[in-house]
Ligand binder design. Structure first.
Ligand SMILES: [Mn+2]
Length: 421
């Protein structure tokens, strides 16, 4: 019987993207989150007395900023070495050999598999063969799996590969191949990397993406870690998910349907925050909260979104202090106020709304905004924009949504100041 750890996408010393744009972000405490998650991995390997550790690519986020990244890694490898634990790794698209201008000799107990050809390493005392191939350059569009050796008979065969497989949402295509390409090799375990979300593609044979070990932004929400594999009599007998993250990203939706007062909204928010806090096993969390549902309080929320967001932040601070950070508050509620009927109302308020809102947005004015936004984009670092950026005015859906949000905000503010109800 022996155990091994399979991890991937450590992205050591990766910046936590776009953090600086958020006021009161705990940047200090999470800057070294990837390092601390990696220390957790080493602790786990020692505790579980694993025979070896597999890292399936993107150990580094890219070229090192300075040599401290390499020194940190050597320190952790040294800890594993004291327990006779070897690390086998392949380079991925982020740490392909040609991207790394700064390099140090690998620690003695760390073996990086070749990028020139598929390499097979035999661990005879365990009855294991590890087959793998590194990325030599960032853009590998060739099916690397096709070149892997057939399984060695009578021993436990592992494939170690960085690949997007047959494509996964939100991940660029690298070393594409199909699960059937992998099955055809008759290995017992495929240790994959590249996809940051944990996925068990198959259990016979085992084809596993362990996910990244530390989420770095809201699109990497949820528990992150590695898998601990136990092998008995030449077959996998257990695969255990082990969280390693030191800061957890949480995205949650709060349904405000049927709430009518701000007091109820804040009470609900408080309950959600307390619940999420309790389910993070004591880790600090970074949270995005989206409020949705049809509620009569929608206009009030939309009218003063900044104040509402800060109010939610204040509740978070009260509940968990520095251990919780509200990354963003999104208001996606729908008002119960029937805008159309108010518009046809003969009252002064109805007339005012008609004058302001009945005119559809002027396409020329929206085109004018494109220039302003392009200008802003130039001035703000590109990493400040996530994939969920709302600023693409070429998308008609985005324009419709922004116009709709603006309408709700206006109606809310008019109601609030005018008491027109
Ligand atoms: Mn990758």
């Amino acid at each position: 019987m022996f155990k091994f750890i399979h991890a991937a996408d450590v992205h050591l010393d990766s910046p936590l993207r776009g953090l600086s744009r958020y006021e009161s972000a705990p940047a200090e405490s999470i800057r070294d989150a990837c390092r601390r998650a990696f220390e957790n991995l080493v602790d786990l390997a020692i505790e579980e007395k694993v025979s070896f550790v597999l890292l399936a690519g993107d150990l580094y986020d890219g070229d090192w900023k300075d040599y401290s990244t390499g020194i940190f890694l050597s320190r952790q490898m040294g800890r594993l070495g004291q327990h006779d634990i070897t690390v086998f790794t392949v380079a991925g698209n982020h740490d392909a050999a040609n991207r790394m201008t700064k390099a140090l000799d690998s620690p003695a107990n760390m073996k990086i598999l070749s990028s020139r050809k598929v390499e097979t390493i035999r661990l005879d005392e365990l009855g294991v063969a590890i087959h793998g191939r590194s990325f030599g350059t960032q853009h590998v569009d060739e099916n690397l799996a096709a070149g892997f050796a057939d399984a060695k008979r009578g021993i436990f065969n592992i494939g170690l590969l960085h690949t997007s497989l047959d494509g996964r949402e939100g991940h660029a295509v690298y070393a594409p191949c199909s699960a059937d390409d992998l099955r055809a090799k008759s290995y017992q375990y495929w240790a994959l990397g590249h996809i940051h979300k944990q996925e068990f593609v198959s259990e016979d044979p085992w084809i596993v993406f362990p996910g990244c070990i530390q989420g770095r932004h809201i699109r990497e929400a949820g528990a992150k870690g590695c898998v601990l594999v136990t092998v008995e009599d030449g077959a996998v007998s257990a695969v255990e998910k082990c969280p390693l993250d030191v800061l957890r990203w949480v995205a949650c939706n709060v349904d405000l349907t049927d709430t009518a007062e701000m007091r109820e909204v804040l009470e609900l928010a408080r309950k959600f925050i307390e619940h999420q806090r309790a389910s993070a096993d004591g880790r600090p969390i970074a949270m995005r909260i989206r409020f949705e549902g049809a509620t009569s309080i929608s206009d009030e929320l939309s009218a003063f979104p900044e104040r509402f967001e800060q109010q939610i932040r204040a509740i978070g601070a009260e509940i968990a202090g520095d251990a919780l950070w509200i990354e963003r508050v999104e208001i996606a509620t729908v008002g119960k106020l029937d805008l159309e009927s108010t518009l046809s109302d003969d009252s002064a308020f109805g007339k005012l709304l008609r004058d302001i809102l009945a005119t559809p947005p002027n396409p020329d004015e929206i085109s004018g905004l494109k220039g302003v936004i392009a200008d802003l984009r130039q001035k703000i670092p590109s990493q400040a924009f996530g994939a969920d950026s709302v600023l693409n005015l070429d998308e008609s859906q985005t324009v419709d949504r922004l116009v709709d949000e603006a309408k709700h905000m206006l109606v809310g503010r008019l109601l609030a100041v005018g008491g027109a109800k």
